[in-house]
Ligand binder design. Structure first.
Ligand code: ATP
Ligand code: MG
Length: 451
């Protein structure tokens, strides 16, 4: 993309309404625009990152064997009357009446609807196990929408639902989700710690929340510092293998890590003092096993091998796709702006032309731009007729992890400058060397994209 032709409405001033850094930077970098309290338009740069995160979530869900579908945002109230949640859900549910005076609602989650799909089409244990998921807009009429996309009213969520014959199988689905979530967050450059959580309105005996540590997080968390040494890395897990998935769950959840709702001071005190941590965290996902709660209420049953009929065991698993943009920025920024991890960056690299209009600088930039695109990169070329300082400030604000600076002085020696946004360190390289360097840097990202 050429910046002169892009739509990147950056703000010069700090927006007054933003209380936390991610909200401020998303507004300043022209990523979102508020349309009503907790409701946002996703401007091109924000939309690009949103799609990128969505893609990672899709890939990791499908790698785990989970099947995508798409359910509507609007749902009939009658489904929710069957589960008893139409009344129980309370003020957060946006209720709508259509022209025929039918009660509808904007879905805050989809347990009822997916259970309805299941009971309409699945009849036998032979069709299990089954995990279906979608990435769809949700609406919750939050009493205090705030912090930009972190606590919106309309927000994008991945929600998945497993259907299993036995509790054991359903717990395998639970473990599989935990593994796939660890992988997903790491691909986004995040450490999200699974913490024992509280069932909340969805209910359930087994549940973990995934928290990203950040001072602006809304949850208070208590954990053993050893947990932050754990990395999922590039292990090759067979998702069908119960033992392997269980082992990952044990490795990542055996140390103390809890939100304030489940915190147990006596247990916490057993950890050596030097390792006890009290901090704040942002919830970026949650997994649940809730047994037959919905399948019993809504008649989602299957025929077993011995011919009897039993309600299926279920769980639900959510990732806050739009909230993740805020969480990533909270975890990765400096005073100049955002610092995108390579896995989610809107553009892989920025090209800054220091002397727009100079024939040889322009043609070197054009050649680089072409070469990068031919090598599978998505570069942003700042071809505006602007001062170098303004171009650098824009690149720093929007946070592309790498920048190539091209100017007449360097070109005289066939050199451009490759700069890391994170460290600020620059290297002088021949243009072709810079491309090769970027290929090596992005090799793991491209490999997992296609893997
Ligand atoms: P919270 O406790 O933050 O209100 P929740 O526990 O009610 O969230 P879940 O039902 O577990 O949310 O939804 C799954 C994920 O969706 C959450 O982990 C979170 O990342 C995201 N999410 C929930 N509510 C919002 C919101 N209002 N705005 C943006 N993302 C949200
Ligand atoms: Mg939750």
């Amino acid at each position: 993309m050429r910046l002169s032709r892009y739509f990147l409405p950056v703000l010069k001033e700090d927006p007054k309404e933003a209380q936390i850094v991610s909200h401020r930077l998303m507004l300043r970098a022209g990523m979102i625009k508020q349309q009503a309290a907790g409701i946002y338009s996703w401007l091109p740069l924000g939309y690009k990152v949103l799609r990128r995160i969505e893609r990672i979530v899709h890939e990791e869900q499908q790698r785990a064997g989970h099947i995508p579908l798409l359910m509507p945002t609007l749902q009939p109230a009658d489904l929710w009357r069957e589960s008893g949640r139409y009344d129980a859900y309370g003020e957060e549910m946006l209720r709508i009446t259509d022209r025929h005076k039918r009660d509808m609602l904007f879905g805050p989650t989809n347990e009822e609807m997916i259970t309805d799909i299941f009971r309409s089409h699945v009849n036998s244990y032979k069709d299990l196990p089954l995990t279906l998921y979608h990435i769809q807009w949700k609406f919750r009429d939050e009493i205090r929408p705030r912090f930009g996309v972190m606590r919106g009213r309309e927000f994008l969520m991945k929600d998945g639902y497993n259907f299993d014959l036995t509790k054991d199988d359903a717990l395998h689905a639970y473990n599989r989700h935990l593994v796939s979530y660890l992988r997903s967050y790491e691909r986004m450059g995040l450490q999200a710690i699974p913490m024992r959580a509280d069932g909340g309105p969805i209910g359930g005996d087994y549940t973990h929340e995934f928290l990203v540590l950040a001072d602006t997080g809304e949850s208070e968390v208590f954990y053993d510092s050893e947990i932050t040494d754990l990395k999922f890395g590039d292990r090759d897990i067979d998702y069908d293998d119960h033992t392997q998935c269980q082992a990952v769950l044990e490795e990542f959840t055996s140390r103390y890590a809890r939100t304030d709702e489940t915190h147990d001071a006596a247990l916490f005190d057993q950890i050596p003092e030097a390792r006890r941590r009290v901090a704040r965290g942002i919830e970026v996902g949650q997994i649940f096993y809730f047994g037959t709660k919905y399948s019993e209420a809504m008649g989602a049953t299957v025929v077993t091998p011995d011919g009897s009929r039993v309600p299926v065991h279920m769980g639900s698993h959510g990732i806050g796709v739009s909230r993740l943009l805020g969480a990533i920025i909270e975890a990765s920024h400096d005073d100049k702006g955002i610092v995108w991890p390579e896995g989610v960056t809107p553009f892989h690299v920025g090209i800054v032309n220091l002397k727009q209009g100079d024939a040889s600088t322009d043609s070197a930039c054009e050649a680089l731009y072409k070469e990068l695109r031919a090598s599978g990169f998505d570069p942003l070329y700042d071809d505006r007729d602007e001062r170098a300082g303004a171009k650098f400030a824009t690149m720093d604000l929007i946070g592309l992890p790498w920048r190539i600076t091209v100017g007449p002085r360097g070109l005289a020696n066939n050199k451009v400058e490759l700069t890391s946004r994170k460290t600020g360190v620059s290297e002088e390289l021949a243009p072709q060397e810079a491309v090769e360097r970027l290929k090596a840097i992005y090799a793991p990202v491209f490999a997992s994209d296609n893997g």
